[in-house]
Each structure stands twice: as structure tokens, then as C-alpha cells.
Write a protein that binds this ligand. Structure first.
Ligand code: SF4
Length: 728
């Protein structure tokens, strides 16, 4: 490899979960700079998402776009990342300005990368600039060397894939070997050609004797990585993992971890069976409750769905039943995978590959295209990982275009082939074209927001119709908010989850608030106030997980038996007690749960301010498509007419229910839209925002965020006048 820059360094030691050092890399200058952080930085911004938010708040402006040189690509774990004594501690986030949303995005990802980065002496990697050729970064704690090198080429077929390139790159750096002390982040050709490129986190699994991959899927982080010219980052450190995080109170960490591990091993086999099925088990639950996003979320249930239930994947693919933790010590072990799967589609047809996944989201993305074939789910999963594509955005954009085809906005002539539901050959072709930026794939690769505009323009030109009127129609079923495609939950019957998606700062991804079951199935949020409280509390606790470097699943998907006896079982506070003990034992702090929520609120509001700065922070940006609120068209209404008639009887407040189904649908839409607006009012009030969704100055002041930049930003929204009005 041709070395562009090389520095020697001494890795900063880990102390209480932190190294207090970040690694800055400026690709325009070829500069590599380890930088120490003042102690108050971690006290204020915690880690992970908090570090990414602060670096981006300070280092970018309202004009910064995903491809601006000053945009920052941050990879950061957190103080609780890298601890084998506690389950779920291999998580880190990748944060940046997104090519889909034009504001802050982050996506969390598992594997060994962040623990090894910490052992290399860094709490975070922050990459700016754009290289004049493709490069790789190698951080080697053992040699005390950091190198920026020209990206080696291993031949076209290997180079275009994130998985194959990562495998070859690690071997190149590590004397031809794969081992647990080396990990990498890479992405593939799909990230070059689309706005929804992912970053893969690659780590060696000695049981499966191959590299495994986890993905930072949402928002186009991989697209930013490739735009910067960064092909891969390799980290290497041989230090012992059991002592890696250097907690202040090792006994306390072990006790907290043992307590949680015991709950997991007792409870998971009786609840979601994540250890056996991974998250594919969720397909059955979602189908049962009309939540599965069938044919672009038109329907929530389909009798063919049983072909992609968890037990099918378990029997046909997962077979080996390895304990599949994505980091050492996670006994929930949901990161399922399969070996020697014979591919039947695409350019790799006839080859056998190991596949990591599928997650529920990937299975849901395939049902969104009307396909119920487990083999195709596996292949869609593998090709998306290999090319570096987000399975969710790929599936939802394809599903949107397929519905355009169904409703006559697109024709075979426009696309080049028919895009009818369930057509595996067409979907496979679209996937291949999208990854390579060819044919109609160039449109698909732009995501729903931008492809919607293309379809409206073309259809309006061809029919002489008004483009704005066409867009109004497309907006009913274009499943995006803020530019990000919905994740795979139909929200028609859960007002709380409509808010969970609409208010999510990054766009409609369920990692901020996943309330659909407690609202729709368990009916634990009956009033607007209950929903508003949940829509404040859950995003805060979930933000904390993304800041400290932990996986949420052991908390949210394994309900502690004692939670049922608490006031709010969904919060699972008996399990959260382990987490509070864990952070205090690691860092030496003396926090309670409220302190943790307060820390999170500061980060949440900082993200909100970045959204405001980038034009995505007001009530207007929280609006959701009609399809997310209820049936958008009569075919959906009629597929569950009895259910909707009952709903109208229960919610029309004495208004007469019209006899014609089309009129009933209209009334239902009106009531659902009114309910969403009421929810906005309740949630903004709960969060300390004005009715237009802008935070009140006192809300920022309370969390120490009202600096000059924030005050200037608020003044652009006339917040000063509003404040005066409030004080009068
Ligand atoms: S619960 Fe699953 S995703 Fe989370 S850390 Fe464990 S194996 Fe990884």
C-alpha cells in the first residue's frame, strides 16, 4: 500500500470507560491528529451520539451538506462500550450530516470495532475533508502507528463489495490472517451510487471461522464515507478484553452484568426467543397485529407471511445455533447468521456465502415489496450488505415505486420492466441497477423523497397534469419523513407510534420511540397525555443507550419478571436498575435514573437544534404521510372494513356514520388527522416546545444549551417575541 501519511503515537490508557482522546483525520490535508479532550467534555456530552452531536454542532453550519468537505463522519462508542462482563456492550454510532435528510443522522452498529478503537486509545474517530483518491485508515495500537494509505485494489469483484473488500483489506494489514484483535468498517459500491449507503462493521467470529458483519444502516452514513474517499478503517489491538474498560469498581460492574445476564437467560426463551430466532421472530407478531408493512404498508397482514416467520429461518438457515453475540459477553445473542447459502440471483448466483441476518427489518422490507420468499430475504440481505445498501431504504423506496406502478404513475416503459408486487426477478434487477447506479436504479438510489419528485415531474409532463397535484397524491403513500424512509412497522392503528415516527429527530426510525405494542396491543397509553409522556420519556432513555455505547435489546426486548409489579411495566425499570449500577461502577459517578434522563435531554435538545439549523426542526417537519395514519385509499379501507367501522363508531363523537364506504374513509381520515394534530400539541407542550415545535429558551437554558449559536438560531424563529408574550 502506498502510504500517504504515517504517525507514531502512544495509545491513551482507558480509565473508567474513557480515553479522553479522539482521533481527528482530515482527508483533504492527509492529516492525522490525536486530540485530548477536556474532562468536562465527557461530563456534558457522555459519549457516542453526544460526541457526534457536539462535533457536528461546532464543526458544521446550516450550509453543510453530506458532501461538503467540512461534514464530519464520526464513529464513537461510549463509556459503557467494550465490557464483556455486561451484555450488549459492543455498540457504537456513526453520525454525520445525511444525504437523505440534510441534517444530523446517526445509526448504531455492533461488533468489535469500537472496543478495539478504544483499546487503540480513542473514544471517537472524526473524519473531515475529501481525499483526492480512495484511501484507507489503519490504526494499530500494537505498533503504535496510524497510517493513511492509498486504498489497495484486490480486483473488481472484491473491490465493489463491502464484505469482500473488508476481508481482503484485513488480511492485507494483518499478515494474511483474520483474527479477533482486528476489526474494520467498510462500505461498497452501493454507497457510491445511492443516498442510502451503509457502513459495515466487520469482525472475526472464531466459531464460524469467518468475518461477520453488522450494519449502520440508516441515513446514508456509508454514502458520506465513500464521498470522502474513505474505503475502509482498520483497527488492531491485542490487549486483554476482560480488563479493557478499566472500570472504577470492577466488582460492581460484574455484579450488574451477572444480574442482567441471569434475567436474559431465564426470560428470553419464554418471551421473544431472540437467542433462537434473532429478530425474525417479530414477523409473526407483526403479522398477527396488522403491523407488517405488506405492499408498501397498504396492508398489515398476509396469509403468505408464515413463509417468513422466525421458525422457518431457524430450521432452514440458522441451524448451527451458535451463541451469536455481536460482541463478547452478550448472552442474548440475537445476531443470527447462516453458512454456505447458495445464491440463486444476481451476479453471484451459484456461489455459496455466509450471511449475517436477516433482521426483522430486512424481512419486513421484502414483504413491503410483496415478496414472501425466505431465500430471497436471505439474498436481499446479503447483496445489500455486500454492496453497502440499507435494506430498509432500499426496500421502502422500491415498494414506493412499485405502488406508483400499481396506481399508474409509472409504466413498464418508464422503468424498463414491470414493477408488479411480488416480482422477484424485477426486484432483483432493480437492486442490482440501484447498487451500480444504472438504468432505473439511478432513480431508486435517490430514496423516496427525491424519487417521488422525479415520478411527479415525469407523470405531470406526460399527462399534462399539475405537478403539485400529482405530488399531493404521491404524498399519501410516500413513506418518508424528513427525507428518511420509514422502518418496518405499519402505524395505522397506533397514534403513539405515529408520533414515534413523526417526532423522531433523525426521521422515522424506531430507535427513538417504539411504542406500537404498548399502545396498540396492550392499550397502556389510553390518553393524549399518556402518549405525550411516553413520547418524551422513551426517546430520552433510548438516546442514553446511543450515547454510552450499549445495545437496547437486553432492556427493551427482555421484560424483567418484576416489571409487571411496577407502575409502568413498559419502562422495565427493574432492568434499568442494572444499567444505573453499571454506569456508576464504570465511571465512578453517583447518578440515578433521573440524572441519566437529564443527561439525555441535553443531547436530545442539541439534536433538535441541529435540525432547526438545517430546516428540519419545526412542526412542518414532523408531518407524516396519510398512509401512516390510516388507510389512504379505498382498497385498504375495504380490506379491514369491519375494523374501521367499529373504530368510527367508537371515535366519531356521535357524528352520523355515512353509509358509503368512500365517505366513511373520508371521515376516518379527517378524524385521524385531527388526532395527530392534537398529539403534536400535547407532545410539544410535554417537551417544553412552542406549538410550532421550536424549543422554548428556558428549555434550552435548563440543560445548559443556550449558547450564542442557539440564541441566534432561536431569534430566527422569533422566539424572543414569543418568550415576551409568554411572560406577559
Ligand atoms: S442483543 Fe443482539 S444486537 Fe444487541 S448486542 Fe446482543 S447480539 Fe448484538
Amino acid at each position: 500500500m502506498e502510504i500517504i501519511n504515517r504517525i507514531t503515537y502512544k495509545p491513551s490508557p482507558v480509565n473508567g470507560g474513557y480515553t479522553d482522546t479522539i482521533l481527528n483525520v482530515d482527508l483533504s490535508e492527509g492529516a492525522i491528529s490525536p486530540v485530548g479532550l477536556p474532562p468536562q467534555f465527557k461530563d456534558t456530552y457522555v459519549g457516542g451520539r453526544g460526541y457526534a452531536l457536539k462535533l457536528i454542532w461546532d464543526g458544521t453550519t446550516a450550509e453543510t451538506r453530506y458532501d461538503s468537505p467540512e461534514n464530519i463522519l464520526v464513529m464513537a462508542g461510549g463509556p459503557l462500550c467494550s465490557e464483556p462482563w455486561f451484555p450488549g456492550s459492543g455498540k457504537f454510532i456513526i453520525g454525520t450530516i445525511s444525504p437523505l435528510t440534510d441534517t444530523f443522522i446517526d445509526s448504531n452498529i455492533g461488533g468489535h470495532f469500537a472496543p478495539l478503537l478504544k483499546l487503540c486509545g480513542f473514544d471517537a474517530l472524526a473524519v473531515t475533508g475529501i481525499a483526492d483518491r480512495d484511501v484507507v485508515l489503519i490504526v494499530d495500537a500494537d505498533a503504535g502507528v496510524i497510517e493513511l494509505a492509498e486504498a489497495p485494489s484486490f480486483g473488481e469483484e472484491i473491490d465493489e463489495g463491502a464484505l469482500t473488500y473488508g476481508d481482503a483489506l484485513i488480511k492485507e494489514v494483518n499478515n494474511g490472517l483474520l483474527d479477533e484483535n482486528v476489526a474494520a468498517t467498510t462500505t461498497g459500491i452501493g454507497a457510491v451510487n445511492t443516498r442510502f449507503g451503509i457502513v459495515n462493521s466487520l469482525f472475526y467470529d472464531r466459531r464460524r471461522e469467518r468475518l461477520r458483519a453488522k450494519q449502520a444502516g440508516r441515513g446514508g452514513t456509508g454514502t458520506v464515507m465513500r464521498r470522502k474517499g474513505l474505503r475502509g478503517v482498520v483497527v488492531r489491538a491485542n490487549a486483554a478484553r476482560l480488563k479493557a474498560n478499566q472500570p472504577v469498581n470492577e466488582k460492581g460492574v460484574k455484579a450488574a452484568g451477572a444480574g442482567l445476564k441471569q434475567v436474559i437467560s431465564k426470560v428470553d426463551p419464554k418471551q421473544l426467543r431472540l437467542g433462537a430466532w434473532g429478530t425474525t421472530g417479530l414477523v409473526e407478531y407483526m403479522d398477527k397485529f396488522h403491523i407488517l408493512p405488506v405492499e408498501n404498508y397498504q396492508y398489515g397482514q398476509d396469509e403468505r407471511a408464515k413463509k417468513v416467520f422466525g421458525d422457518i429461518f431457524e430450521k432452514r438457515y440458522f441451524g448451527h445455533q451458535f451463541p451469536d453475540g455481536c460482541y463478547t459477553g452478550c448472552n442474548l445473542a440475537c445476531a443470527k447468521g447462516a453458512e454456505d447459502v447458495l445464491l440463486e440471483h444476481g451476479p453471484w448466483a451459484g456461489k455459496r456465502v455466509g450471511i449475517d441476518g436477516p433482521e426483522y427489518e430486512t424481512a419486513g422490507a421484502v414483504t413491503a415489496m410483496g415478496i414472501f420468499d425466505p431465500q430471497f430475504v436471505m439474498e436481499f440481505n446479503w447483496y445489500c450488505d455486500q454492496y453497502g445498501l440499507d435494506t430498509i431504504s432500499m426496500g421502502v423506496t422500491a415498494a414506493f415505486l412499485m405502488e406508483c406502478f400499481q396506481r399508474g404513475y409509472l409504466t413498464t416503459e418508464d422503468v424498463g420492466y414491470p414493477l408488479d408486487w411480488g416480482n422477484v426477478e424485477s426486484v432483483d434487477r432493480l437492486l442490482q441497477e440501484t447498487a451500480r447506479g444504472e438504468g432505473f436504479g439511478k432513480i431508486c438510489g435517490q430514496g423516496v423523497l427525491r424519487s417521488k419528485d422525479w415520478v411527479a415531474k415525469r407523470y405531470a409532463a406526460g399527462t399534462g397534469k399539475n405537478k403539485a397535484a400529482v405530488l399531493d397524491e404521491l404524498n399519501k403513500f410516500a413513506m418518508e419523513v424528513k427525507g428518511l424512509e420509514f422502518s418496518m412497522y405499519g402505524t395505522k392503528e397506533s397514534l403513539a407510534q405515529q408520533g414515534g415516527y413523526g417526532f423522531a429527530l433523525k426521521g422515522p426510525q424506531h430507535d427513538e420511540a417504539w411504542l406500537i405494542f404498548i399502545d396498540q396491543v396492550y392499550k397502556e397509553l389510553p390518553t393524549f397525555e399518556d402518549k405525550a409522556k411516553a413520547l418524551k420519556w422513551f426517546p430520552l432513555i433510548r438516546t442514553w443507550f446511543n450515547a454510552v455505547g450499549l445495545c437496547k435489546l437486553p432492556w427493551i426486548d427482555v421484560r424483567h419478571p418484576e416489571a409487571a409489579e411496577t407502575d409502568n411495566p413498559a419502562q422495565n425499570r427493574p432492568t434499568l436498575a442494572y444499567y444505573v449500577d453499571y454506569i456508576n461502577a464504570t465511571t465512578g459517578s453517583d447518578k440515578n435514573l433521573q440524572d441519566i434522563l437529564d443527561d439525555s435531554e441535553r443531547l436530545y435538545l442539541l439534536q433538535k437544534m441541529i435540525n432547526l439549523r438545517h430546516g428540519k426542526g419545526t412542526r412542518e417537519s414532523d408531518r407524516i404521510p396519510l398512509r401512516a395514519m390510516g388507510p389512504a385509499f379505498i382498497n385498504e379501507y375495504e380490506s379491514r372494513s369491519e375494523h374501521y367501522e367499529q373504530w368510527l363508531n367508537d371515535h366519531s363523537g356521535g357524528k352520523a356514520i355515512p353509509p358509503d364506504p368512500a365517505d366513511r374513509l373520508e371521515l376516518l381520515i379527517q378524524l385521524r388527522q385531527e388526532a395527530y394534530e392534537r398529539l403534536c400539541d400535547a407532545v410539544y407542550s410535554e417537551k417544553g416546545f412552542r406549538p410550532d415545535g421550536v424549543p422554548l429558551p428556558e428549555t434550552l437554558e435548563r440543560t445548559g444549551l443556550l449558547d450564542k449559536q442557539a440564541a441566534d438560531l432561536l431569534s430566527r424563529y422569533d422566539i424572543v417575541d414569543e418568550r415576551r408574550k409568554l411572560s406577559n
